[in-house]
Design a protein around this ligand. Structure first.
Ligand code: DGL
Length: 262
């Protein structure tokens, strides 16, 4: 089996980890949650890239076979640099998200909600323009407050009064004719129920498509025979906060958490 590195600025990448676990239950996964530096969405491209390269170094030195950048902001800022630096498959979430949206939309009108940084770096726009037919449209909407809310563990706690209203305000600017909404931040599937109450057409979560891309890349790598299946969580910030949100989302107790400074 394989040893796989997965990382995010915090808990969001767990939405991708959950999919990876389904397809590769016998793997050893190292999940890096950089919660000491979350949110990434307000940082500069260079700052994010440097953080990602440090995380990449940690994972690579731990002999992972592949790295999944389970964060759109990190993918937008560092995918190329990561691929140039580490000689193993590096998989981002943006291309899988765009491909999945293109397979879903029936009228070619797609929107993506993401962090302000992902929108500013135009990563979805670039990939969309690469893969979409000419008459297709993409609208991008930066949502500054959503990721920090999920990191606080408020994802469902104050819904109806709080989360619903904030999401409603963000989605207000999405044109009526958009039929497909990409959750362009891996934290957002954690508030998917709330988003679904405000956007009732197609919602795309890139997690599954990203996992399929990982499986595809792993085909070129020899399986290891000495892997003991497990998941470890290397967390740069508050472990207890991470554990609480992770257990609520994964619906089970988690072990093997430890603190690591970047
Ligand atoms: N999960 C990250 C993403 O997909 C959130 C980034 C942040 O920390 O702001 O973009």
């Amino acid at each position: 089996m394989y040893k796989i590195g997965v990382f995010d600025s915090g808990v969001g990448g767990l939405t991708v980890l959950k999919e990876i676990e389904k397809y590769l239950p016998k793997s050893h996964i190292i999940y890096f949650g950089d919660s000491a530096n979350a949110p990434y969405g307000d940082k500069s491209k260079n700052e994010i890239k440097n953080l990602c390269l440090k995380i990449g170094e940690f994972l690579y030195n731990n002999s992972v076979d592949a790295i999944v950048i389970a964060c759109n902001t990190a993918t937008a800022a560092s995918l190329e640099a990561m691929q140039e630096t580490f000689p193993i498959p590096i998989i981002g979430v943006i291309e899988p998200g765009v491909k999945s949206a293109l397979a879903t939309t029936t009228n070619g009108k797609v929107a993506v909600i993401a962090t302000p940084a992902t929108v500013k770096f135009n990563a979805y726009r670039d990939v969309f323009d690469n893969f979409a037919p000419e008459n297709f449209d993409l609208v991008q909407r930066g949502c500054k407050l959503l990721c920090p809310m999920v990191e606080e563990g408020w994802e469902n706690k104050y819904s109806i009064y709080f989360t619903d209203e904030i999401i409603r305000l963000y989605l207000e600017a999405i044109p009526e004719d958009v039929d497909t909404l990409i959750l362009g931040c891996t934290h957002y599937p954690m508030i998917r129920n709330t988003i679904e109450r405000q956007f009732t057409k197609n919602i795309v979560d890139p997690a599954k498509e990203t996992t399929l891309e990982l499986l595809n890349k792993l085909k070129t790598i020899d399986k290891k025979n000495d892997i003991t299946p497990k998941i470890e969580f290397a967390i740069s910030g508050d472990i207890e906060n991470f554990k609480t949100i992770a257990e609520r989302f994964l619906e089970r107790e988690i072990q093997n958490l430890y603190n690591i400074k970047l």
